[in-house]
Write a protein that binds this ligand. Structure first.
Ligand code: ISL
Ligand code: CA
Length: 598
């Protein structure tokens, strides 16, 4: 049984309160009240709330056989490194059999291991090695769509009467052209692909090789649920669920309702049966295991988020939103960075609003980078030689001191930065390659596109991990599948391992701090000096303990106003500068400071 009934928890809290009032009859009602709140917060402790998740893009972590592609044996050879970070959970991007149209997000066999990555024996060894080290493993569930090379789709497209026909969404040509649906990875942005064999269109929200699975069909849901159980029975500890809000569609496929014009992502996330399907998934699968689940919350607005993660609804544990990572792009243009940069006040507003959603109930996540995003330090900090390390440490401080489970992207612990390719031939990502074709076919500004991609392109976050300063950064003895950032000579694990002030060791210190200081996990978040355009300041509070976090997001000296907070007993517990400054409220460029207040 995964959840203890609320009534039992309440009863237990009541018993604790009663016994406290007997032992300490002098406690005032006010004290009792605050004790009750504390007990409630702490009664709801969960391992996945206290975890730091480390995301590994397996293709780029470590190649064991010289084919230039990272693999499971490579991960196994680096388990001690992963352990040394102090993290609790590894999330691996898809490792299943795939023709790799979208680097594994197009799965042709959900129970097989991608041949470039290794075998099931390698997988079992890797999982064992992680568990022996106290690390949990979360895999990627890509169930909104499969590969067109999946047996189900091969059957489905073969004839209109095939038993697998309804595993996907088909629109017969005699009904005319279906209403427009937008595809993320289609040269014409068209999510309907005509298939001559059965004279019908099939739906693909992503590439033509990623047909959407028909979740209305119970047989499809059962296949997915059985597959999830297969991996849980092997011992994995959870799933990150790819575009899971998109699984339910209005199968009449009407014209896009006007209010969603330009917001097709929000429309996709608003299918009629999404929550029904998720509750079914909980009752048939998730509730039977002690595992974590996190939705990629594409298209989910702040008002809808709680519906996915409210524990009373028995759906998912967590969700990650896109409001943060969407900031600083020009409106109306896809991932074109605003030359003015982003506004820190807006950034603070977004993260504070999202914190308030989960202040009482549910649980949040926090991230600044992943395999779909550029490198954290380039996008949110400053990747110039002068500030790369400082700003990266500052951003890491932010991620590990917020009231949410941090999802930390591999390589950010070294302050790896965007590679900024000049040439389209260097890109491998289907998204960039398609955008290029699209802009080209419209005689658009290709130079501009390439400049934008230097900031926003996904391949920036996918370049191989930088282990040392030897050939190919120690990632491979062969030709890497994607070019390695030339800064690997100085930015690498070996160079940082023994330097106590390195970005890497700063990350380790922060992980350790979060592990021992539950105030950083469960403590109430309060934003300070909210209109300060340069500094992000906030406190975290739990059980009488208060921690103050000050972060300078700018390359200049600047000051912060923290109101009536008493600093007389403040103790600096961590900072990214070596010398403590004499004026604590004046921050140096990208300075990050954590104070214990009481
Ligand atoms: O990456 C994006 C834009 O650059 C997003 O729109 C992304 O396509 C969307 O968030 C869904 O992402 C997930 O599903 C995709 C896959 O390509 C991404 O890597 C994955 O994270 C299709 O499976
Ligand atoms: Ca390999």
């Amino acid at each position: 049984m995964r959840l203890i009934p609320t009534a039992m928890i309440i009863k237990r809290i009541f018993q604790i309160l009663l016994s406290l009032s007997l032992i300490f009859p002098f406690l005032s009602c006010e004290n009792l009240q605050s004790n009750k709140e504390k007990k409630t917060v702490m009664a709801d402790r969960k391992w996945w709330k206290e975890a730091v998740v480390y995301q590994i893009y397996p293709r780029s972590f470590k190649d064991s056989n010289g084919d230039g592609i990272g693999d499971l044996k490579g991960i196994i050879s680096k388990l001690d490194y992963i352990k040394s970070l102090g993290i609790d959970v590894v999330w691996l991007n898809p490792i299943f059999t795939s023709p790799n149209d979208d680097n594994g997000y197009d799965i042709s066999d959900y129970r097989g291991i991608m041949k470039e990555f290794g075998t099931m024996d390698d997988f079992d060894l890797m999982l064992k090695g992680m568990h022996e080290r106290g690390i949990k493993l979360v895999l990627d569930l890509v169930a909104n769509h499969s590969s067109d090379e999946h047996e189900w789709f091969k059957q489905s497209r073969s004839s209109r009467s095939n038993p697998y026909r309804n595993y996907y969404y088909w629109w017969p040509e005699e009904k005319g052209k279906p209403a427009q649906r937008y595809s993320f990875f289609d040269v014409n942005s068209d999510a309907w692909k005509y298939d001559a064999t059965t004279k019908s269109y099939y739906l693909h929200y992503f590439s033509v090789k990623q047909p959407d699975l028909n979740w209305e069909n119970k047989a499809v849901r059962d296949e997915i649920f059985k597959m999830m159980c297969f991996w849980f029975d092997k011992g994995i500890d959870g799933f990150r669920m790819d575009v899971i809000p998109f699984i339910s569609k209005d199968t009449t496929f009407p014209e896009l309702p006007a209010k969603y014009n330009g917001n097709f992502g929000e429309y996709y996330a608003n299918g009629p049966h999404t929550h029904e399907f998720l509750r079914e998934m909980d009752s048939e699968v998730l509730s039977k295991y002690d595992v974590m689940s996190v939705a990629e919350g594409a298209g989910v607005t702040i008002n809808e988020a709680m519906d996915f993660v409210d524990p009373d609804r028995k759906e998912l544990n967590m969700l990650y939103h896109f409001d943060g990572v969407s900031l600083g792009y020009l409106p109306g243009e896809y991932k074109a960075p605003d030359p003015k940069g982003y506004s820190l006040v807006d950034f603070k507003t977004i993260y504070s609003r999202w914190d308030s959603v989960f202040a009482q109930k549910g649980w949040g996540t926090i991230y600044l980078g992943n395999h779909d995003q550029p490198r954290m330090v380039t996008r949110w900090g400053n990747d110039s030689p002068e500030y790369r390390e400082l700003s990266s440490k500052m951003l890491t401080t932010f991620l590990l001191t917020m009231h949410a489970t941090p999802y930390y992207y591999f390589g950010d612990e070294l302050a790896m930065s965007n590679i900024k390719f000049d040439n389209i031939d260097d890109y491998r990502d289907i998204e960039t390659l398609n955008m290029y074709k699209q802009v080209k076919s419209k005689n658009g500004d290709l130079k501009k596109l390439l400049e934008n991609q230097k900031i926003s392109g996904r391949d920036n976050g996918r370049t191989p991990f930088q282990w040392d300063s030897t050939a190919n950064a120690g990632f491979t003895t062969g030709n890497p599948w994607l070019k390695i950032n030339p800064n690997f000579k100085t930015v690498n694990v070996a160079a940082q391992e023994n330097d106590p002030n390195s970005v890497l060791n700063y990350f380790r210190k922060l992980v350790k701090l979060r592990k021992i200081e539950l105030t950083l996990v469960y403590g109430k978040y309060t934003l300070l000096d909210k209109n300060n355009p340069d500094i992000y300041a906030y406190t975290r509070e739990l059980e009488g303990k208060k921690i103050l976090i000050l972060l300078n997001f700018k390359a200049k000296n600047t000051s912060v106003a923290i109101g009536d907070i008493d600093l007389s007993k403040a103790k600096l517990i961590l900072s990214n500068y070596n010398e403590e400054s004499s004026t604590p409220m004046n921050l140096r460029p990208y300075e990050a400071k954590i104070f214990e207040l009481e």
